[in-house]
Unconditional design. Structure first.
Length: 306
């Protein structure tokens, strides 16, 4: 081997090693985001012990905005360029307002476990939005595995609800659409600015609406503070809304929106576990079967090129 070939070979190894390291870090960040999100529904159920649904969502957004604003001010982060503001508006409407509100309303009539399996369709809807928005087309194997995972989730959800579609399900399906749009735009913006700034500016943009909504909601919804209620509120504001979305967007920027979205197939499984340990809900016999099938789909999508 010549010196030139040896140098080229060494350089290739170094590049591949760096790429693998980046992909591994991105996957880890996305996984942390999924774990944070998996506790959102149980935390919301706790929060509803103390607050009405509209008060809870407004307070959640306002507190998260204060946390984000503190970081943005302390680090003197400049206001985003005009060309990024449309995407930030989509993030704000999808993940700051739409998804929290619709899922909170759904949890007034649906169990946490039922909501978790319906929202398990989020990876497929996110991948579809990403394909349209970015123009990238994942491999056929990727789509087959994603569709199988979605079919498992749908079957499990229908079995849980006895074959009917409730008002809560309508709220959940609406939440899927707006959240997928917000995830896609957030993942795209995280390629040009840090993920925490993406969600931070989206939260700041919604702060006037959150404060106004909170003032109105508190006039109609009573507050009964409990330990569970406070813990649930703090978790969804600080972890689910800010930290979780920060690591999630960074993960998507590293490994791709479509591939990262498939890691969320594990989210309903984790939420089912939390619903048993934290809320005392009863799992059906189909839950372990669905869990194994979903995890297999994750393995396949992670090996397919996205």
């Amino acid at each position: 081997m010549t010196a030139e070939n040896s140098a080229t070979h060494t350089s290739t190894i170094a590049v591949n090693s760096g790429t693998d390291e980046t992909a591994g870090r991105g996957t880890l960040l996305a996984v942390l985001g999924v774990v944070a999100f998996s506790l959102t529904f149980p935390s919301t159920a706790w929060g509803l012990e103390s607050f009405g649904p509209w008060s809870f969502v407004a307070l959640r957004s306002a507190l998260a905005a204060l946390i984000a604003g503190g970081f943005l001010l302390a680090l003197r982060v400049p206001v985003p360029e005009r060309r990024h503001r449309g995407g930030l508006a989509v993030v704000a409407g999808g993940v700051v307002v739409g998804f929290p509100l619709l899922t909170t309303l759904a949890l007034e009539t649906s169990t946490t476990s039922h909501a978790a399996v319906v929202v398990g369709l989020l990876p497929l809807t996110t991948a579809a939005f990403a394909a349209v928005r970015t123009g990238r087309r994942p491999a056929r194997t990727f789509w087959v595995a994603a569709l199988v995972g979605a079919a498992v989730v749908i079957t499990f959800a229908v079995q849980q609800s006895g074959g009917s579609v409730s008002t809560g399900d309508v709220h959940l399906f609406g939440a899927l659409l707006v959240c997928a749009a917000g995830y896609t735009e957030g993942g795209r913006l995280a390629r040009v600015m840090p993920g925490w700034q993406v969600i931070g500016w989206a939260l700041i943009a919604c702060l006037p609406l959150s404060v106004t909504g909170l003032a109105v909601a508190l006039a109609f919804e009573p507050v009964r503070l409990t330990g569970h209620g406070v813990i649930g509120l703090v978790w969804v504001a600080a972890v689910s809304t800010f930290f979780g979305l920060y690591v999630w967007y960074r993960g998507m920027a590293s490994i791709g929106i479509a591939r990262a979205s498939q890691l969320q197939l594990a989210q309903p499984v984790l939420t089912l576990v939390w619903s048993v340990f934290l809320l005392g809900e009863q799992l059906t016999p189909a839950a372990p079967v669905a869990a194994v099938a979903v995890l297999v789909c994750i393995a396949v999508t992670q090996r397919a090129r996205g």
